[in-house]
Design a binder for this molecule. Structure first.
Ligand code: HEC
Length: 114
């Protein structure tokens, strides 16, 4: 049961658009409720930008600034809890607390172009 739920979650995170159809945990709701500090997010973002350069022809590393806020947060929570399997992102997310995730989401999603 838990395994199939996890599968559903990671699949919908990957698709990003379907993310709100997946069950949202209390942990995730707590992060949604935090008003992230974009300045702190900018400070934290330098590490992210070494990989997430925004080059859209790099299919191995997805661009992250155009993700919806919820999808951005859910992706990081899913790497942190190892629901999503990417060793680099799992390691990076394991060092992020809820405040850091909220701050990064605030910073990156503030740069969105229409
Ligand atoms: C070592 C390179 C590297 C660094 C540094 C890195 N990422 Fe990633 N990131 C990746 C790769 C590779 C993926 C795709 C992994 C996968 O297939 O699930 C990814 C995926 C993601 C996703 C999911 C994107 C999607 O469309 O589902 C988010 C969000 C993300 N990273 C945020 C961050 C943030 C925030 C930071 C900085 C705290 C960061 N990353 C640092 C390599 C990196």
């Amino acid at each position: 049961m838990i395994v199939s739920m996890n599968f559903k979650r990671s699949l919908s995170s990957i698709m990003a658009m379907g993310v709100l159809a997946a069950p949202i945990s209390a942990e995730e709701n707590a992060i949604f409720a935090i008003e992230g500090d974009p300045d702190y997010g900018e400070y934290l973002s330098s590490e992210c930008l070494t990989c997430h350069t925004g080059e859209t022809d790099n299919y191995a590393i997805p661009p992250i600034k155009d993700l919806p806020t919820e999808a951005f947060i859910l992706a990081l929570v899913d790497y942190r809890s190892k629901l999503r399997e990417n060793p680099a992102m799992q390691m990076i997310a394991s060092r992020l607390g809820d405040q850091e995730i909220a701050a990064l989401a605030a910073y990156f999603t503030a740069q969105q172009t229409e």
